[in-house]
Design a protein around this ligand. Structure first.
Ligand SMILES: [Zn+2]
Length: 242
């Protein structure tokens, strides 16, 4: 199979004022719209993780790009979903099951600006608009600094809770902070997830584990030429040997 890019976004909104920490995690609506339009013009289809699975497994062929959003910000629904719909793209948003309708409290110690997370009703709107929800644990924990029992609960109970509340089968997982150990891969698989994404960079190649999928970050400073290089070239795969 041809290597497949999976894009990582966080917030789709104007960044806070200069000097604020982690401004890079904001992509403006106009930049996001231009990126999606460019993919569409090049003949690529943007897909949710579940829609992407047959391509990752080599069962389907085509020009496809995975689109993912981490953390579940309200601005994904308010800004990104219209754009995705316009181009008939789907995507997966990984949400924190015990923080629905709250804010990114895990970021506050780092001085990162508070931003609202989707509540249950907004998650339902996200699904109704053709997008997918995945799990990002119950509390956005660093799995490598919690005990096994807590990790199990964070991974499994977030899936059960979201599946019940949204009346859908949650199949996709994303490791918070991209941090995990081999035991967490086994826990994710045993919890019934089909795949999991990381923050390791690179495209997905044939034979890669479905539970350690690499992704490609798109950030505030990613200009269109760089975006194209990330999609069209092997630029991101320079990290694969690391
Ligand atoms: Zn996160």
């Amino acid at each position: 199979m041809r290597p497949i890019p999976i894009l990582t976004y966080h917030q789709i909104a104007q960044a806070p004022a200069r000097g604020a920490p982690m401004r890079s995690l904001y992509v403006s609506l106009s930049a996001f719209a231009l990126q999606m339009q460019t993919l569409s013009l090049l003949g690529y289809q943007g897909l949710s993780m579940t829609a992407l699975m047959p391509y990752l497994q080599g069962k389907k062929k085509g020009k496809v790009v995975g689109i993912t959003f981490d953390d579940g910000y309200v601005n994904n629904l308010e800004n990104a979903s219209e754009v995705l719909k316009k181009f008939h793209f789907s995507s997966t948003c990984y949400v924190v099951s015990e923080l629905l309708g709250r804010t990114n409290v895990w970021d506050h110690a780092l001085g990162i600006a508070s931003a609202p997370l989707m509540d249950l009703k907004q998650l339902q709107q996200w699904i109704t608009s053709g997008q997918e929800i995945g799990s990002h644990t119950q509390h956005h924990v660093d799995l490598t600094s919690t005990d096994t029992q807590t990790s199990q609960s964070e991974i499994l109970n977030s899936r059960i809770s979201l599946s019940q509340q949204l009346n859908t089968n949650i199949q996709q997982f994303c490791y918070p902070y991209g941090r995990y150990a081999p035991e967490h891969i086994d826990i994710v698989r045993a919890a019934g997830y089909v795949a999991a994404t990381t923050t390791a960079r690179g495209k997905v190649h044939a034979g890669d584990s479905a539970f350690e999928l690499r992704r490609i970050p798109v950030v505030r400073s990613t200009a269109l030429p760089q975006f194209l290089i990330k999609i069209l070239s092997s630029y991101e795969d320079r990290y694969r040997s690391a």
